[in-house]
Design a protein around this ligand. Sequence first.
Ligand SMILES: *Cc1c(COP(=O)(O)O)cnc(C)c1O
Length: 243
Amino acid sequence: MNQSAEAIRDRVARNWRDVVGAVARACEDAGRNPSEVQIIGVSKYVDAVTTAVLVEAGCRDLGESRPQSIWQKAETLKADLAVDPCRIHWHAIGHVQRNKVRRLIRNPTTVHSVDSERILRSIADQSVAADKTTPVLIEVNISGDEAKTGLSPQEVESLLGSRPDNGVHIIGLMAMAGWGTDPDQARGQFAAVRRLRDRLAPLVGLPLSELSMGMSGDFAAAIDEGSTMVRIGSRLFEGVPRM
Ligand SMILES: *Cc1c(COP(=O)(O)O)cnc(C)c1O
């Protein structure tokens, strides 16, 4: 069944308001100010048209797991859908290959998923060449889950110790709870990420103030454990056709 454009717009707007409300409640429950937590709308499930609808609803931060989706959608939003690019900040939340970096950073993008020294150096080099500084987070595999991406805590520490001087601004750590973890286990993993940050920040001389953790199913626990960036996809697109 085809939903009308208007029905999709109404549903996405309602989902967005619901998520903003739920994040605000999670902040209140955690004794935190909602302004401390940024909501990244993970638009990887939907096409550029529905992504534009989410921007219209008020979401300014868009997350994509494939770098090419960022530059393709950025182009379509600007050229075909008349969305002002200044209203959007992109977040790369999946594995980035070095041959994608140059095109990726043309649009204002925060890279959450830095998972090797090579990719960090490539982002730094390409950013310097483009006369930019790219905000990045280091992805930590806190669950120890072999299937998960991200660096071990020891690897994060050594990466931070040998970081490039220019081109990147390392703003924090990103993590995902292991597959199939219930919210209680996820909470323990989020707390471990925060403790890792608390230990490493003074050691490496960076504030690492951002913690990107929490998705549709576990953002409340993540916020309670100090998350500053929640990456929410499914909940924003409930009742909306996917790509
Ligand atoms: C898809 C994805 C999300 C969003 O997950 P939902 O459960 O749909 O909210 C968040 N983070 C990453 C890294 C993802 O790949």
